[in-house]
Design a protein around this ligand. Structure first.
Ligand SMILES: C[S@@+](CC[C@H](N)C(=O)[O-])C[C@H]1O[C@@H](n2cnc3c(N)ncnc32)[C@H](O)[C@@H]1O
Length: 289
């Protein structure tokens, strides 16, 4: 079959799948199998495709029909203009998280004219937050902790590909346990975290793509979704400098409660930022020791 026939048939098969973009996904899947970029597919649409590739293409289309995320098939997701390697078992980076990264980069630009900046991330996942901050600011050193071995292996792979291993340390541990021997007491400029924050009884209402295939422990924030904030906020004062900042991603309706927790923990100048849909998504505060 020719490229254009495979694309047309693929679109038809994927047509009724929710949360998908069949024309783009078919082009991406075929480009992935033929090891070409997507422009090649558009330009060479009369080219004959080997039957072995045809079979693989239709089996990937079937996986997509069942809701398997395209990013796990392509093993790639773009975040902050950078291509991140990902695989099943590790959370797919979300566009809303770019709001958090952009805030941190702007804050550093404004506040730090020179010198090294120490950043800690809790809950590394693919490494998308830590690595993009380090990628776009050469003065940044990041200590990035995840409890999950698979996430750490993927983050290491991304760090290697982006040549950031000398400025991003990937550590295994339970939140601050991961940095306890790093000599970082009251010396960190910025702590960032996109912790699991979905209330446990909302997990089962998530769309199939997420619920069936993404790691749920990376999303489950306990009964009211706030378990991780309750742990991170009080402990962060052992590591942050006076007037260092804590920056969290959060659920759109969690701002008021997290603000209260931060105020109790001596954080001031608390700001809430909106995501791309205009919902509250990021909260930041400055520690006064
Ligand atoms: C919502 S994901 C965020 C991943 C990534 N930072 C991102 O923004 O795409 C939360 C991450 O926290 C990690 N995590 C969960 N419990 C943890 C703990 N107790 N200590 C360290 N990391 C933890 C999970 O493995 C997961 O990678």
């Amino acid at each position: 079959m020719e490229i254009k026939d495979l694309i047309r048939m693929g679109i038809k098969k994927l047509d009724r799948r929710k949360y998908s973009n069949p024309p783009l996904e078919c082009v991406l899947l075929l480009a992935y199998l033929l090891d070409v970029d997507k422009t090649y597919i558009y330009i060479h649409n009369n080219e004959e495709v080997p039957s072995s590739v045809e079979d693989k293409y239709f089996s990937l289309i079937d996986e997509r029909r069942k809701g398997y995320p395209i990013q796990y098939i392509l093993k790639e997701k773009e975040f902050m203009g950078i291509s991140f390697y990902i695989e099943e078992g590790v959370l797919i980076p979300r566009p809303d998280t770019e709001v958090l990264v952009q805030y941190v980069l702007d804050y550093i630009d404004e506040k730090y004219k020179e010198g090294d900046i120490k950043v800690v991330e809790l809950g590394t996942g693919s490494g998308c937050i830590s690595l993009s901050i380090a990628y776009y600011n050469k003065n940044v050193f990041v200590y990035s902790v995840d409890i999950d071995k698979k996430a750490n292996a993927v983050a290491e792979e991304n760090s290697r590909r982006l040549k950031l291993s000398d400025r991003v340390k990937i550590l295994e541990g339970d939140l601050f346990q991961g940095i306890k021997n790093m000599g970082l007491k009251n010396s960190v400029d910025i702590i960032v975290s996109n912790p699991p924050y979905i209330p446990e009884d909302e997990i089962f209402g998530l769309q199939d793509e997420i619920k069936k295939y993404e790691p749920l422990w990376a999303l489950d924030g306990g009964e009211d979704g706030l378990n991780y904030y309750r742990r991170i906020i009080p402990q962060s004062k052992e590591y942050l400098k006076n007037r260092g900042i804590l920056v969290f991603e959060m659920g759109f309706d969690q701002g008021r409660k997290i603000k209260e927790l931060m105020e109790k923990g001596n954080f001031r100048n608390i700001n809430i930022l909106k995501d791309l849909q205009g919902l509250d998504r990021v909260i930041t505060g400055e520690l006064f020791l």
